[in-house]
Design a protein around this ligand. Sequence first.
Ligand SMILES: Nc1ncnc2c1ncn2[C@@H]1O[C@H](COP(=O)(O)OP(=O)(O)OP(=O)(O)O)[C@@H](O)[C@H]1O
Ligand SMILES: O=c1ccn([C@@H]2O[C@H](COP(=O)(O)O)[C@@H](O)[C@H]2O)c(=O)[nH]1
Length: 238
Amino acid sequence: MSVAAYKRIMLKLSGEALMGDDAYGINEEVVSRIVAEIAEVTRLGVQVGVVIGGGNIFRGMKGAASGMDRATADYMGMLATVMNAMALADAFRRAGVEARVQSALRIDQVVEPYIRGRAIRHMEEGRVVIFAAGTGNPFFTTDTAAALRGSEMAAQIVLKATKVDGVYTADPHKDPQAQRYHRISFDEAIGRNLAVMDTTAFALCRDQKLPINVFSIFKAGALKRVVLGEDEGTLVHS
Ligand SMILES: Nc1ncnc2c1ncn2[C@@H]1O[C@H](COP(=O)(O)OP(=O)(O)OP(=O)(O)O)[C@@H](O)[C@H]1O
Ligand SMILES: O=c1ccn([C@@H]2O[C@H](COP(=O)(O)O)[C@@H](O)[C@H]2O)c(=O)[nH]1
């Protein structure tokens, strides 16, 4: 039987990944496939927290660039992540996996508020906890929320599931010559301004000695490979 390398993980799931090939929003087929991959990992006995992004619906920076007040736009971005979290939780329900959404912004009629002790308890009970609304504060990102919740939940690793298969010397979507790192230290990633994740998230994980693995959510089986400790994506380490 396969043995997981981690007991508890914090998975940062790209919002943009949820739209698949669509121009906007949530592609149900993509969500079901991602949920099936996460469900497989829970069957290995791994406790899973998920921080969901919102880039498929709204990004604060984009709103601010077109003249909106930045904080207002960021709150809208956080609300977008709540919609993604609800879609994800519903897909888990349909797949027969117990999941709970906890939001950093209070919307008690819709989802549970974020309560650390309760989130830990859910995970110990084998429920997937989906952390919505990022950190609950404007001017941050869901990458930072993943670093924060990962630290609070005492996860052993943050897994950034995104559209690229690791950390590159430059953005591979812009520079075809970019080379992928197998491993890279936090200091080097920060020093080289590698924008795959924001500096605040890198710095928090570095300070908490919480490693990050960046991998592609579009590569079938990649999540399980990372969880089994196999060579996949890029490891960012202390
Ligand atoms: N050095 C780099 N290595 C890898 N990817 C990079 C690098 N620099 C920039 N990127 C870009 O960072 C993107 C991933 O981060 P981004 O914040 O855009 O998305 P996400 O966090 O996955 O999604 P969302 O914000 O929708 O939740 C990649 O798709 C890639 O284009
Ligand atoms: O702590 C947070 C997290 C997110 N936001 C806003 O939400 C959007 C979507 O999040 P992504 O990380 O880009 O997927 C983000 O652009 C911010 O506007 C926030 O304000 N605080």
